[in-house]
Design a protein around this ligand. Structure first.
Ligand code: NAD
Ligand code: ZN
Length: 321
């Protein structure tokens, strides 16, 4: 079916994306269904999937088809990469975030001990299959969540993709027109990842907006979608880019008005700053105690491993509130 020889093809979906299987032509294949939600991207669910694969007599020559958002792609990729020391998998991302980000780049894993993606590995899917029509059932908040990562890719890639992204009317999106932009996002991510698969250098630029974004996400206990937190985090990083790296102030103003309009104001007050800072210092991407930022000199020109002081971070969060 996917042009990949396999002794058995098994589909993995969550309790929502299982409804998409008939439309994807996958309803006749054996399936494993897991509960939806990032709180289930954990060792219990992973263990359940290993058990189901064993019951279904999957082998190292079988193929796992991950049909879902980033949660299914991450956990399914982890299950496939470890089952019998590794079977192949493909991703059919069904959220915009998974299409432009999670399904490509080869990071798989699960959350553990309250830490997101604590356990995982680098392993690429055999293929990523895009089926844009799956987005028709996705709610607007999840569309916006994915769009934040597209804005990030635009900022990192350069004026061309950035302008295309901002001029795209995401709230009235035409799924077909979106497809072209999604391809460009995947191409950009792949171009970054192919230069630095294990994130020792260039790939770190993809963390733009994520130092603060992840901390906000953790502070709010997962009550806000990832992309919303990244949007707010990008605004903090853009402010720091102006003060530390010469990023044009008018671009900060433009980004600020887009983030305000689409994502609203960050629901964080100044009593939470210390906790936010603590969360940033615990980020697994730091080396030692330092809080590491990716900043922008200009659109398309990122610098990684920027040390930013606690006071400067607090000033930037003040700015976005
Ligand atoms: N591996 C990577 O490089 C990478 C990058 C970014 C994010 N991630 C991971 O991705 C996850 C977030 O991904 P996500 O935002 O796709 O979340 P998700 O997979 O949890 O999906 C969000 C919700 O939408 C539902 N859903 C999915 N597709 C749908 C559709 N077409 N119609 C209706 N409902 C649908 C899901 O069941 C879920 O309830 C996180 O675990 C994050 O860590 C990984
Ligand atoms: Zn992200």
């Amino acid at each position: 079916m996917f042009d990949i020889e396999a002794d058995k093809t098994i589909v993995l979906a969550d309790s929502n994306t299982v409804k998409l299987l008939p439309g994807l032509g996958l309803d006749l294949l054996p399936r494993i269904v897991i509960p939806s939600g990032d709180e289930n991207k954990n060792i219990q669910t992973l263990s359940f999937v290993w058990g189901e694969l064993a019951d279904m007599k999957a082998t190292r020559h079988s193929l796992l088809v991950n049909a879902g958002g980033g949660m299914v792609c991450d956990l399914g990729g982890m299950a496939a990469s470890t089952f019998k020391r590794g079977m192949r998998f493909i991703n059919i991302p069904t959220t915009l975030l998974a299409m432009v980000d999670a399904s490509a780049g080869g990071k798989v894993g699960i959350n553990h001990c309250g830490v997101k993606n604590l356990v995982g590995l680098f392993n690429e899917p055999e293929r990523v299959v895009l089926r844009m029509e799956t987005l028709c059932s996705l709610d607007v908040h999840n569309i916006l969540s994915g769009y934040a990562e597209m804005i990030k890719h635009g900022l990192l890639s350069g004026q061309n993709l950035y302008e295309k992204t901002l001029s795209f009317d995401i709230l009235n999106e035409d799924v077909r027109a979106l497809e072209q932009l999604v391809y460009e996002n995947i191409a950009f991510k792949n171009s970054v990842v192919s230069d630095d698969f294990r994130e020792s250098g260039k790939r770190k630029i993809l963390n733009f907006g994520h130092t603060v974004g992840h901390a906000i996400e953790a502070l709010l206990g997962g009550s806000q979608l990832h992309g919303y937190c990244v949007a707010w985090g990008m605004l903090v990083a853009a402010y720091l880019s102006v003060t530390k790296a010469g990023f044009p102030r008018e671009e900060l103003t433009r980004l600020q008005s887009i983030v305000r309009e689409l994502y609203g104001v960050v629901p964080v007050d100044c009593k939470s700053y210390d906790r936010l800072y603590e969360l940033m210092s615990n980020d697994k991407k730091n080396k030692g105690e330092r809080v590491n930022f990716t900043l922008l000199r200009s659109i398309g020109e990122a610098i990684t491993d920027c040390d930013v002081s606690r006071d400067d971070i607090f000033e930037a969060i003040d700015f976005i509130r």
